[in-house]
Design a protein around this ligand. Sequence first.
Ligand code: ATP
Ligand code: ZN
Length: 283
Amino acid sequence: MIRLAIQKSGRLSEDSLSLIRECGISFVSSSYKLKTEATNFPLEILYLRDDDIPGYVQDGVADLGVVGQNVLVEAGLPELEVEPLGFSKCRLSLAVPRGEAYASVADLQGKNIATSYPQILGTYLAGHGVQANLHTISGSVEIAPSIGLADAICDIVSSGSTLLGNGLREVETVFRSEAVLIANRALSAEKQALLEQLQFRMQAVRRARRNKYIVLNAPVASLDAVKALLPGIKSPTVTPLAEQGWVSVQSVVNEDDFWHVTDQLKAVGAEGILVLPIEKMIS
Ligand code: ATP
Ligand code: ZN
């Protein structure tokens, strides 16, 4: 049995639960329970506040955890990371009041900065040779300048609309974060084997999310051009159509290249392009 800690309720919760489910692990979750046992994998899920997850994994209360790198690095435990998970991407940024002149980080010398991330910000400022007074506050950091508590802030930014609403301007990216899988450094051999099974499944789920299955018809004359656009995993599958001079081509395409590739496929004569989601992709 292995114990995985995830955020009880917040921005990481839903994606953490879907990732576990997409790994083929079934469980009943309810918002008021503290833990759940999976029915088809030796896994127990603990629901915790995200800030508590790195410490619990470090101490072995939980074997594994899903947490943002921002929280992990702030807790001083980056060495627990075993696998990036590709969701909850965000950045920690410095912001100053919009009217304020700002040329570079050096302008923050001696200033008061409010943040919930004193460790990460302290390291960043030290790296730029800047000394500032950091005021650690746990929430509503963005209102600090307007109430006279600070000259600048350092906080998580996603859209920037919260900053705008508080009359602030983003000036530096201090740290980029995403959700990661973390693990205790001294797992038993049995737990280590379960971790590896989980990692194998998570990687298959992530690869599948990044790729699409594509099926199309093309004239035989365009086949070389189509093959060059769709190299696939090994090479595309090509089968003849009942209609003379035409083939059906099946392959896998990276989601990032998808629109670009389909435009080019149409340009070389491909027709009837179908795109399907992939559930799992085993390398
Ligand atoms: P808790 O009650 O568990 O302490 P919290 O309020 O500290 O929750 P959330 O706001 O739920 O935390 O954010 C959890 C994590 O999600 C953050 O630490 C960060 O890694 C990530 N995150 C935060 N804001 C965003 C965002 N706007 N977009 C994507 N990810 C985000
Ligand atoms: Zn938190």
